[in-house]
Design a protein around this ligand. Structure first.
Ligand SMILES: Cc1cc2nc3c(=O)[nH]c(=O)nc-3n(C[C@H](O)[C@H](O)[C@H](O)COP(=O)(O)OP(=O)(O)OC[C@H]3O[C@@H](n4cnc5c(N)ncnc54)[C@H](O)[C@@H]3O)c2cc1C
Length: 567
């Protein structure tokens, strides 16, 4: 893997282009008023960044050097800039402009749990701030230090702890170091015939520890579970000593400490190791595309599928705007493709009565033995037929599988063209999903109107559960030059997030709280729950050294437990 861009998403050598996607330029022009030929904004050159000297004291440096050795410490400018933030739109927009915020003073790379413990001890003794760093891909403001932080900041990059230590083949559990990146985890497991089955869109650049610390979800969560389900055992270095959760399948020993570590965003300690579920590599894997006449039909089909016993690995349906976007990002079709798609459009309109503008694209992923996959495909076909669904074969699924790790590069491409694009996602019960969807779409459109901007919002349903599913919204618009772009972004993002909690959904299904979503936490989980979280953080970290200000902002006094509960 080549180095991650300091100013954007992904490998330095890869970028998004419209050159091979003839439908995209007219789509972007119409949807958000972007002329793709006009590259209007570029990140400042690294050499032009104003990087303050590291504020690490001589005594802290010595203590850290004793902990990890000289080669595990860095005050290199690029290292400090990369470790300062994650990859939220706000992070990218400010980094590109050279507004770096409060940089870490030193990046430390411990090689094992003992070194990690020595780092935490040294930092806490020096009253420094410790910010654990995995892949730096979070989009929730979970890494950035407070701008007014006066204590030295130690970014603890866990990337050297990257090995699968042991596979218990009988229990189907793997003991894995927390700094392993997705591809390296899968290659180590795959070499022995196993998979963890956790594939977030950020898979290539995110780590096991980061997934756990943000309660991540992968695209095949319908089969394998979210990281919260597939994490059994944990080892965490905390300021009050090592925390160890045994990897038992279930337990009845009070409120779950395992659950407290999940989603803790570095506030309790540094996760050094986890024991996770693993599965045998599937004999057969396939993603099929389906079309539904409308969003309502697609959602109803997903609900019926979740209520059935079929349990495919991946279920997803896009609304009509996202379906239009997917078609616009297709590569140039061959003559045969054109003939086929003309015939399909004719069939859908003429024989099936589809309104092509309302049509919704869906994917279902199947994994397992050949026999299981065949039986699942038949069962899904029967359920979808009840809702007007039509299987369109493997081609769209193959394309989706290929594109899924490339699409993230589009945000930088749009920023270069003066447009802002981002995501907000939530989860809600089946009975209210369509209402949440309608209310969020209206709220976003009102926000675009308020800004006088041509905006686009689209959505898909994914990650289905017994009781509901995740709704994942993507929005984009071109901000006016007369007002700070990030203020305009906040108008849209806040309108969407507020509508989530106002309509009974949650502030995020899998992107964590960080600082980005902390404003809505009390409305989501109630004031006593926020007070309990604050007390938890204070209990583990009495000096507020560990990633302060994330999840629960520390400017609110802990005794404040009055207030509105979740609506
Ligand atoms: C393009 C894109 C696509 C994405 N797609 C998905 C997706 O499909 N599903 C999904 O769930 N998320 C997705 N995300 C969000 C992000 O990838 C996840 O939040 C991911 O889990 C973060 O992992 P990381 O290793 O990059 O953590 P980081 O960003 O480095 O850290 C995130 C938080 O976890 C803490 N942390 C990291 N490692 C440790 C550790 N070892 N111990 C304690 N705390 C730690 C950090 O202090 C920070 O608070 C996406 C993000 C982007 C930019």
């Amino acid at each position: 893997m080549s180095a991650m861009k300091w100013w954007g998403w992904g490998d330095d050598t890869v970028s998004f282009t419209h050159e091979d996607k003839p439908g995209l330029p007219p789509f972007l022009k119409h949807a958000i008023g972007v002329d793709v030929t006009r590259d209007v904004s570029r990140p400042v050159a690294f050499a032009q960044l104003r990087i303050p000297d590291s504020g690490v004291t001589a005594s802290l440096w010595l203590a850290l050097e004793r902990a990890v050795g000289g080669d595990g410490l860095s005050t290199d400018a690029h290292d400090r800039v990369v470790h300062a933030r994650g990859k939220s739109l706000r992070d990218l927009a400010r980094h590109r402009r050279g507004e770096l915020g409060r940089l870490p003073d030193v990046v430390v790379r411990p090689a094992d749990e003992d070194q990690t413990a020595a780092v935490v001890l040294a930092a806490v003794e020096a009253d420094a701030v410790v910010i654990p760093f995995g892949g730096g891909t979070n989009i929730s403001g979970s890494l950035e230090a407070r701008a007014d932080e006066t204590r030295p900041i130690v970014s603890v990059d866990v990337g050297r702890m990257n090995r699968v230590l042991e596979i218990d083949e009988i229990s189907r559990l793997a003991r894995v170091q927390a700094g392993v990146f997705g591809p390296h985890l899968e290659s180590q497991l795959g070499a022995r015939g196993w998979t963890a089955g956790h594939f977030p869109d950020s898979f290539t650049h995110s780590t096991l520890g980061g997934w756990i610390a943000t309660r991540s979800s992968g695209m095949q969560s319908d089969k394998y579970g979210d990281i919260a389900e597939l994490t059994r055992g944990l080892r965490v270095v905390t300021p009050i000593g090592p925390l160890a959760i045994r990897p038992v399948p279930s337990r009845s020993n009070g409120p779950s400490v395992r659950e407290m570590v999940l989603g803790s965003e570095g506030r309790l300690g540094i996760i050094t190791e986890a024991t996770i579920h693993v599965h045998r590599l599937p004999q057969c894997r396939m993603i099929l595309g389906y079309l539904f006449p409308s969003w309502g039909d697609g959602v109803a089909a997903m609900r019926d599928l979740a209520a059935s016993e079929v349990a495919p690995a991946l279920t997803r349906v896009s609304d009509a705007p996202e379906t239009a976007f997917s078609f616009a990002t297709r590569k140039a079709p061959t003559v045969l493709d054109r003939v086929k798609s003309g015939a399909l459009s004719g069939y859908l309109r003429g024989r099936r009565g589809f309104d092509l503008a309302a049509m919704c694209l869906s994917f279902v992923g199947y994994e397992g033995s050949d026999r299981l996959v065949t039986a699942q495909r038949r069962a899904v076909g029967r359920i979808f037929a009840r809702h007007g669904g039509l299987c369109v074969g493997r081609a769209p699924g193959v394309l989706y599988d290929q594109k899924k790790f490339d699409t993230p590069y589009i945000r930088d491409y749009l920023l270069n063209r003066g447009a802002l694009a981002d995501v907000s996602e939530t989860a809600a019960p089946w009975s209210s999903l369509l209402t949440v969807y309608d209310r969020v779409m209206s709220a976003a459109r009102e926000a675009f109107d308020q800004l006088g901007a041509t905006g686009y919002i689209m959505c898909h349903l994914s990650h289905s559960y017994h009781a509901g599913a995740c709704l994942y919204f993507t929005f984009g618009f071109k901000p006016s030059a007369r007002r700070e772009p990030l203020d305009q972004y906040d108008v849209v993002k806040s309108a969407i997030q507020q509508e989530f909690v106002d309509s009974g959904a949650t502030l995020s299904h899998h992107h964590a709280v960080g600082t980005e979503h902390a404003r809505w936490l009390e409305q989501d989980i109630s004031a006593p729950a926020v007070a309990a979280l604050r007390a938890l953080f204070e209990g583990f970290d009495p000096g507020a050294n560990l990633n302060p200000g994330k999840i629960v902002s520390d400017d609110l006094p802990s005794e404040r437990v009055q207030g509105t509960g979740p609506r």
